[in-house]
Design a protein around this ligand. Structure first.
Ligand code: MG
Ligand code: ZN
Length: 218
């Protein structure tokens, strides 16, 4: 008798098993880890750049940056003060998966760090489907993207642990209905931890940094 298992399901199961192995490895080193998702240009790297100087002397941070082709993001993370920055070039793939993270972890001595920041490829669709093994998934939304994103990408908004609403300094210049956006978010992910901020002005960044420090020292 032939058993038919959908290929996609198989791939995701294999991914999840390796994600568990990644988690075990991260936890064995006593590290707290986050996976940052966003559409291109929402401010993932800017968030890391703004965050790292505020963690100086408090947490030792390693950054892993996923990108389709360049090492611009890991260069920026290193320049901002990451103790180690590893670039994953996905070779065109539009998301990170547990295999890629596993390879990047091989290049780090995790015991030297308190916090691991993984910057996923900019894409609101498939990164949410591939667990990496990190503790928390952080979604960066931004005002210029528009207030309809929770409605258009429910899978991503539903599956994340933390929501950052970036570029709030642009609210006076953009037709962004915060109540409409928030309604969509709450329908999918009630009570989600949310940090409105501007990585440009620095407004709201402190609360986020406190959240990170609190999670590391839990
Ligand atoms: Mg980036
Ligand atoms: Zn993808």
């Amino acid at each position: 008798m032939t058993q038919h298992i959908p290929v996609v399901e198989n791939i995701l199961n294999a991914n999840d098993r390796l994600a568990q192995a990644n988690r075990a490895r991260i936890e064995a080193a006593g590290v707290f880890s986050i996976n940052i998702l966003a559409s291109p240009g929402a401010g993932k790297t800017s968030l890391i750049e703004k965050t790292l100087p505020l963690l100086k002397g408090k947490l030792r941070v390693a950054a892993i940056d996923g990108d389709i082709a360049t090492s611009i993001d890991s260069d920026r993370a290193a320049a901002a003060g990451a103790g180690a920055a590893v670039q994953i070039n996905t070779g065109g793939t539009c998301h990170l998966d547990a295999v890629m993270l596993n390879g990047a972890l091989e290049q780090l001595d995790l015991t030297q760090f308190d916090l691991l920041i993984v910057e996923n490829v900019g894409n609101l669709i498939c990164p949410a489907n591939f667990k990496l093994g990190t503790h928390k998934t952080v979604l960066v939304a931004s005002i210029p993207e528009g207030d309809d994103k929770p409605y258009k990408y429910p899978g991503t908004y539903r599956g994340v642990d933390v929501l950052i609403i970036n570029k709030i300094d642009l609210l006076p210049y953009v037709d962004f209905r915060m109540d409409y956006f928030t309604q969509g978010v709450q329908a999918l992910n009630p009570g989600i931890v949310t940090f409105p901020m501007s990585c440009r002005t620095g407004e709201g960044v402190d609360a986020w940094v406190d959240w990170l420090v609190g999670n590391v020292h839990r």
